[in-house]
Design a protein around this ligand. Structure first.
Ligand code: GLU
Length: 465
């Protein structure tokens, strides 16, 4: 079988990170099976769909490297096709016009509720052999309803949830077209999944109630239902459903906060799927390992600390040249001119082991590019103790003479330390402070190489003038 999956987002409202997990799994399943992955934009809710949301989805997927084989296909561009199928269903007796007005429907519902019955359409306009139909009222545009099978049940083997069986008595005749002829959501999904030859529908748990209805329509249209896999919900770190209101972030927000796409992809992969105890893996490994059997059944919980930890892992492992490229926009944002001064790749290589985000690398890089703040006499006295000043002055001279390498500067330190009977921190801390006005900086010998001898000597001499 040639596997075809799809991601079918509704571009309404805010697209958070959890939403993109619903893109990742069908993508991975298609890639694992050398099948096709289709992006379908379900934009028929004209009031709530926005171009902004479409952009967030498409950019987010591109950033994560979720390449698509077909699409984006917009449902709004397929309206004629849906109308054509509705017409065919009317002709074939699979659907029928229903003239029940809103008021009548409400009245029916109230009665059913009063009788403690489940509110449902009573089939008044459903044609049956030998049934006398009510007279068609004038001036009412009918809705079109699907003739749901009566009796029996819909059964499917959900790849995540196992066997599910829903009695047809639970399902009333679904409206497939509104009075103005526009098709409804569940109907469009079925037509699309059929037309696009989708073999596996991998989607959020919130759609599980739609599935029996969709299967019935699909069978009526002569199609074979695909395999369904309903993914457990993603909860936020407080255990609530993820939403913008309770602080969920979009992929774009994570990009702006200095996360690497590889880290996000790895993180999302583990939100509801596992492979043994593997936590850090490449995209290729993920695709190789991905199968529907290893999808979790219980809700996945968002864990921001874990995401930050993963980001740190990816930053540490990253190739400095690529990491520097990725960090540049953040550095520019902070007013750093990466083209003048120390070599930016070297600066990034020096800072990456301690950084959790690209912003942290850029912040660290400021020390090397922006002029150090002028230190007050109090600051100097507090951080460069008088007892250390003679050694400090000797060190300036030793650095001036030293070869411009890590080893060269290391030897300069060693010589001055032994001469003055001092331990490394006693001298390294004041030197860091004199260079950067902070003691938080990487290994001092490497710092001197990257900063450059001239700039280092300028900064060091200033505090002992
Ligand atoms: N458009 C639906 C949503 O965004 C998904 C429908 C589906 O995957 O079948 O929730």
């Amino acid at each position: 079988m040639h596997i075809r999956t799809r991601f079918a987002p509704s571009p309404t409202g805010f697209i958070h990170l959890g939403n993109l997990r619903s893109a990742l799994y069908p993508w991975a399943f298609a890639r694992h099976n050398r099948g096709d992955f289709i992006l379908r934009i379900e934009d028929t809710d004209l009031e709530r769909s926005t171009q902004e949301a479409v952009d967030v989805i498409i950019e987010g997927m591109a950033w994560l490297g979720l390449d698509i084989d077909e699409g984006p296909i917009y449902q709004m561009q397929r309206i004629d096709r849906y109308r054509e199928v509705i017409k065919q269903m009317l002709d074939d007796g699979l659907a029928y016009p229903c003239y029940m007005s809103e008021d009548e429907l409400n009245h029916l519902r109230d009665q059913q509720m009063a009788n403690k019955e489940k509110p449902r359409y009573n089939g008044l306009w459903r044609p049956e052999p030998g049934k006398t139909m009510p007279p068609i009222p004038e001036g009412i545009q009918p809705v079109i309803r699907f003739k749901n099978p009566i009796g029996g049940s819909v059964v499917w083997e959900d790849a995540v949830k196992g066997r599910i069986e829903i009695s047809n008595d639970e399902l009333d005749d679904l409206i497939i077209a509104r009075p103005d002829g526009t098709p409804t959501y569940n109907f469009c999904v079925v037509v699309d999944d059929l037309d696009m030859n989708i073999t596996h529908v991998i989607r959020g748990n919130d759609h599980v109630n739609n599935t029996p209805r969709q299967i019935n329509i699909m069978r009526a249209l002569g199609g074979a239902p695909p395999v369904y896999a309903h993914l457990p919900t993603v909860l936020n770190d407080s255990g609530e459903k993820m939403s913008k209101r309770n602080g969920a972030m979009s992929v774009r927000d994570y990009q702006k906060a200095g996360y690497l796409p590889e880290a996000i992809l790895n993180y999302l992969a583990r939100l509801g799927w596992s492979h043994g105890d593997a936590e850090v893996f490449t995209k290729e490994q993920f695709v190789n390992w991905f199968d529907l059997d290893s999808l979790g059944r219980s809700p996945a919980q968002h864990n921001p600390e874990k995401l930050l930890w993963l980001n740190h892992q990816y930053i540490q492992q990253a190739d400095p040249v690529q990491l520097a490229e990725a960090t540049k926009p953040f550095a520019h944002e902070l007013g750093i001119n990466t083209e003048s001064g120390p070599n930016f790749v070297e600066v990034v290589a020096l800072l990456k082991d301690r950084a959790n985000t690209l912003i942290e690398i850029a912040e660290g890089a400021k020390l090397f590019y922006l002029p150090p703040p002028d230190l007050s006499k109090e600051q100097i006295d507090a951080n460069i103790p008088a007892a250390v000043v003679p050694a400090f002055i000797d060190l300036i001279e030793a650095i001036r003479e030293a070869p411009e390498t890590k080893e060269g500067y290391g030897a300069a330190f060693k010589q001055v330390l032994s001469q003055h009977q001092l331990k490394m921190p006693a001298l390294a801390m004041p030197v860091r402070y004199a260079l950067f006005a902070t003691t938080q900086a990487p290994a001092i010998d490497s710092v001197l190489v990257v900063l450059g001898k001239e700039e280092a000597l300028n900064r060091l001499s200033k505090v002992v003038q």
